[in-house]
Design a protein around this ligand. Structure first.
Ligand code: FES
Length: 145
């Protein structure tokens, strides 16, 4: 069901953990499955992503996609990191079963949310980067209902 790459990133996740005083942090959740993903970015003065770490409370595919996403955005500029879509993450993992596509979407959204956080702190506007909609507050509100 899962590719070797997915299994590898699930069993040996890369860049798991957090970055203290991160330049940008983004937390997103999927209200349906309840999984939560948090991305930390360390961005240098030239706008290059020096480091990226993640914490994921979720399914195996969510762990694998976060792990791959951190590997893909490292060393990239903010604009380049925006191109790390869920499709790019899935391709890098040699695919995901259809029912697990939403897990990769969470990875894309978490990166965007962390980039948004960084850009907001630095008053930077980037075309194509929008305020994260699927953020954790929404998830918590859903839980309260
Ligand atoms: Fe929801 Fe994987 S089942 S993120």
């Amino acid at each position: 069901m899962y590719s070797e790459k997915v299994m590898d990133h699930f069993k040996n996740p890369r860049n798991m953990g957090e970055i203290e005083n991160a330049s940008g942090v983004g937390t997103v959740g999927n209200a349906k499955c309840g999984d939560i993903m948090r991305m930390y970015l360390d961005i240098d003065e030239n706008g290059i992503i020096r480091d990226c770490k993640f914490k994921t409370f979720g399914c195996g595919a969510a762990v694998a996609t976060s792990s791959m996403a951190t590997e893909l955005v490292k060393g990239k500029t903010i604009k380049e990191a925006l191109e790390v879509t869920n499709k790019a993450v899935m391709e890098a993992l040699d695919g995901l079963p259809p029912v697990k596509v939403h897990c990769s979407l969470l990875a894309e959204q978490a990166i965007h949310a962390a980039l948004w956080d960084y850009c907001e702190k630095h008053n930077i506007k980037i075309d194509g980067l929008e305020k994260p909609v699927n953020d954790i507050e929404e998830l918590e509100e859903d839980e309260d209902e």
